[in-house]
Ligand binder design. Structure first.
Ligand SMILES: Cc1ncc(COP(=O)(O)O)c(C=O)c1O
Length: 420
């Protein structure tokens, strides 16, 4: 075995081998240039077409194109009737806006711990968090691994709650053979550059419920109630935002959508190379795929097993040393989150809108955010690292094999890492 790259040895993954995401082809250029040649650069014909095409791809009745996944999440919260002082159950570990979207509509988030195996909301801890103030359960299919939606939907039905799916990372992920975004009342996808389907920046809200769709559309565009097909009367019927996307972005997104299934196939093959090639590495915890889940391999997350590696210090110190050595091998590994959500200042300070709102809302009940109450999220936080680009098109199994070699090389030489 060659010397570790961090100690001056050769890199396992040569410079330039990993290609950036997303691939841009002549079809992308044609769609974008045709949009540019049109008169409409705001919400235009490509936006309408992308809504139809994405709804058809995912199997939903309705889709609304937005300028971010966060906008779609806020619309989803509002469209489900969640409002001032309502509690929304959310996972303790995710992207910040999976939860701040609730604050955007004056709702109070209530955190539920995540399972260490899936890094998703612990379905078995949801029910004890429900109170008379609870209005909705917001689940995140994090890193493209589906939540057990049978359990979540059964709890929601029993307690009369809405279900919102954050599918921002989960295009094409399935639970029991059914795509995410088809299980709850409403779902939000992101089209940000790092996502499996991108339009640069953007998002899509999907639902099968016409009322939810109409409510969401009102929030989307200045509180106007008229559909894009109708003449506008420029009247704010309710509080609205400006969450529309632009035709140029939609044109790019439409071209990318034609290749989404092929992209997901590539991710699946690359993930399999990593899973097979790393299966016997001591001290490395590979992603678990629970029964019924078909991940899209948006992000390949691994964890270190500090005990198995004979390490008694803080797990994050060993994780950092291993990850830095893997980065030196040319593998673009990174830490996804450095805080569990309840530890982020916006929640700790309980002061989103000033004067303590929405936590001080007279219609709500107090909630406490106790950092120690989320052992699953905390353990994951301290032990994980992951990667996206090496799994993505146009990178194929030769890249995945080189990455596998880089990771193996470091784990087989942890005694050569400077850990003092
Ligand atoms: C799980 C999750 N939710 C929400 C978002 C927000 O999406 P956007 O960046 O498009 O607003 C992201 C984006 O990173 C995400 O990963």
């Amino acid at each position: 075995m060659a010397e570790l790259a961090i100690n001056g040895g050769p890199k396992a993954v040569p410079e330039g081998m990993i290609k950036p995401w997303p691939p841009v082809t002549d079809l992308d250029r044609r769609y974008v240039l045709e949009s540019l040649a049109n008169d409409v650069h705001t919400y235009g014909p490509n936006c309408r077409k992308l809504e139809e095409e994405f709804a058809a791809w995912n199997g939903n009745r309705f889709a609304i194109l937005t300028n971010s996944g966060t906008a779609a999440l806020h619309m989803a919260i509002a469209a489900c009737g969640c409002g001032a002082g309502d509690h929304v159950l959310v996972p303790a570990y995710s992207w910040s806006s999976s939860v701040t979207c609730a604050l955007h509509h004056n709702c109070v988030p209530v955190f539920v711990d995540v399972r260490f195996d899936t890094i998703n909301i612990d379905e078995d801890k949801i029910e004890t968090a429900i109170t008379p103030r609870t209005r909705a359960i917001l689940v995140v299919h994090l890193h493209g691994m589906a939540v057990n939606m049978d359990k979540v939907c059964a709890i929601a039905r029993k307690h009369g709650l809405k279900v919102i799916e954050d599918c921002c990372q989960a295009h094409g992920a399935q639970f029991r053979g059914r795509k995410v975004g088809l299980w709850g009342d409403v779902a939000a996808f992101s089209l940000n550059q790092n996502k499996c389907l991108t339009s640069g920046e953007g998002g899509v809200l999907v639902t099968d419920d016409r009322t939810v769709c109409d409510n969401a559309r009102m929030i989307w565009s200045f509180g106007e109630t008229r559909t894009p097909a109708e003449d506008r009367d420029y009247h704010a019927y309710a509080l609205g935002w400006m969450y529309r996307s632009s035709d140029l972005a939609a044109a790019f997104g439409r071209a990318q959508l034609t290749r989404l299934d092929a992209y997901l196939e590539i991710q699946k093959k690359n993930a399999q190379v990593l899973l097979d090639g790393l299966a016997d590495v001591p001290g490395l915890i590979l992603p678990a795929v629970p029964e019924g889940c078909t991940p899209n391999w948006y992000n390949f997350q691994v964890r270190i097993d500090a005990d198995a590696l004979g390490w008694n210090g803080p797990p994050s110190r060993l994780r950092d040393a291993i990850m830095q050595a893997i980065q030196a091998e040319g593998v673009p590994a990174g830490i996804y989150q450095r805080f569990i959500l309840p530890d982020m200042t916006v929640f700790k300070a309980k002061n989103a809108y000033g004067r303590g709102c929405p936590w001080s809302c007279p219609f709500t009940e107090p909630v406490e955010y106790d950092s120690g109450a989320f052992p699953g999220a905390t353990k994951h936080l301290e032990t994980h690292f992951g990667m996206t680009t090496p799994l993505r098109a146009p990178n194929s199994t030769d890249v995945a094999s080189a990455v596998t070699e880089g990771i193996r090389k470091v784990f087989e030489n942890t005694d050569r890492l400077a850990l003092d």
